[in-house]
Design a protein. Structure first.
Length: 342
C-alpha cells in the first residue's frame, strides 16, 4: 500500500497525481527454469545456487516461477543492466526504463511474464543487488515512461556510437516518434565507442548458412545501403560478374555472428583482405557503439548525468515527447482503478 503525491527525482520535484487511496504492489512472475527450489529460513528461496526474494511456484512442466513484487525484481535488474558505480541519475533512468519495459510485458493469461536473460532483462536474484541499485529503484518507485496515455515502448542498449537507432529501421513496423533516433554526444567514454574486428570470411559465410564454395567465389565485401542513423542495412558479398552478389540483412548478420564479433551495425569501414586467398582471408570491419542502439544509450545516460543531466532531461533526450508518470495498471491503457493483476 502506498500513498504518494510527489516524487523527488534528481533533486527536482515531479508532480505525480494520486490515483487512489489504495495501490497494490504489482507482482511479476519470472520464469527461472527447471530445477529444485527450497524456501530459505530468512525469507525468499534458493534456486540453482542463487537466493531470490519473494516466493516460487512450480508450473505443470516442472519449471520454477519466481513470484516477486515489481520493485524487488528491479533491485536485482538495475545493477545488472547498468554498473552500480555509475551516477545516480543514470541508474534512476535505468530503473524507470526497466520498470516500463517489464510492465508492458505483464500478461495474466500466460504462466509467466518475463525471462531472466539478456533477451529481456538480466535478473539474478539477491546476488546482483547493491545499495546504489536499490537506491535508484526506491528513488523512482512506481514511475514509468508514458507516451500518449500508454506505457512507452522502451528499449536500451550499451552504447549508440553517436546516433541512436530508429526502432522501425532496426525492427520494421511503423515509425515511433520517440524512437526515431537522436544524435548522442554523451557516450564517447564507452570502450566500445570505436571498435574494429577482423572476421574470417569463412566464418561469415558459415554464419549466413551459405555453401562453402561461396568462399572461393567471393572477392569483395561491401555495405550497399545505410539507414538514416548510418547503420548497415545490408551486407553484400561480391562474387564477380558471372554470379549475382549475395546480400544479407545487416541485422541478420549481427544476430548470427553475435555481439562479440559484431558489436553494432554502425559500421564505418568494411573491406576484404585482398592479399590473401579468400579461403583464409579476413573481413576487416570498423565501427562504433555496442548493441542495437534503439532508445536509451546507457553510456550516454552516464555521460549526460556527469554533465548535470537530470533524470527527466535524460529520458526526454532519448525518448523525446514521453513523460515520467506513475504506473496505473499492467494494461498499456491507463486507468484510475486499483491495480489488480490476478
Ligand atoms: Zn550514445
Amino acid at each position: 500500500m502506498k500513498r504518494r503525491g510527489f516524487l523527488a527525482v534528481s533533486g527536482a520535484a515531479i508532480c505525480v497525481p494520486l490515483l487512489g487511496a489504495v495501490r497494490m504492489e504489482p507482482q511479476l512472475r519470472v520464469l527461472l527454469g527447471t530445477g529444485d527450489a527450497r524456501p530459505l529460513s530468512g525469507g525468499g528461496f534458493a534456486f540453482d545456487g542463487l537466493a531470490y526474494r519473494g516466493s516460487f511456484e512450480r508450473l505443470s512442466d516442472g519449471s520454477i516461477v519466481n513470484v516477486i513484487t515489481l520493485e524487488e525484481y528491479l533491485y536485482s535488474v538495475v545493477p545488472r543492466e547498468m554498473s552500480p558505480s555509475w551516477p545516480e541519475q543514470a541508474l534512476q533512468v535505468q530503473a524507470i526504463c526497466a520498470r516500463t519495459y517489464v510492465l508492458r510485458r505483464v500478461d495474466p493469461r500466460r504462466p509467466y511474464d518475463i525471462v531472466p536473460s539478456d533477451m529481456a532483462q538480466v535478473y539474478e536474484g539477491v546476488r546482483a543487488e547493491s545499495p546504489p541499485g536499490r537506491a535508484a529503484v526506491d528513488a523512482t518507485s512506481g514511475t514509468i515512461l508514458r507516451y500518449g496515455g500508454e506505457y512507452a515502448q522502451v528499449a536500451f542498449s550499451s552504447c549508440c556510437g553517436g546516433h541512436t537507432e530508429s526502432a522501425s529501421d532496426a525492427w520494421g513496423g511503423a515509425p515511433i516518434g520517440y524512437l526515431s533516433g537522436v544524435v548522442c554526444p554523451y557516450c564517447t567514454a564507452s570502450p566500445q565507442y570505436y571498435w574494429s574486428r577482423d572476421i574470417a570470411l569463412a566464418e561469415i559465410i558459415r554464419a549466413l548458412g551459405l555453401q562453402q564454395e561461396t568462399i572461393g567465389e567471393t572477392y569483395g565485401v561491401s555495405i550497399p545501403s545505410f539507414d538514416q542513423s548510418g547503420r548497415a542495412r545490408d551486407f553484400m558479398l561480391d562474387r564477380g560478374s558471372n554470379e549475382a552478389p549475395t546480400v544479407a540483412r545487416g541485422e541478420d548478420l549481427r544476430r548470427l555472428l553475435g555481439p562479440k564479433l559484431l558489436p553494432s551495425l554502425l559500421i564505418t569501414k568494411c573491406s576484404l583482405d585482398a592479399s590473401q586467398d579468400a579461403w583464409t582471408a579476413n573481413v576487416h570491419l570498423e565501427g562504433r557503439g555496442n548493441g542495437h542502439g534503439v532508445g536509451l544509450c546507457q553510456w550516454g545516460a552516464r555521460g549526460a548525468a556527469l554533465v548535470d543531466g537530470s533524470v527527466e532531461g535524460i529520458t526526454n533526450f532519448y525518448f523525446p515527447g514521453t513523460s515520467i508518470d506513475r504506473w496505473t495498471s499492467v494494461s498499456s491503457r491507463p486507468t484510475t482503478t486499483n491495480f489488480q493483476l490476478r
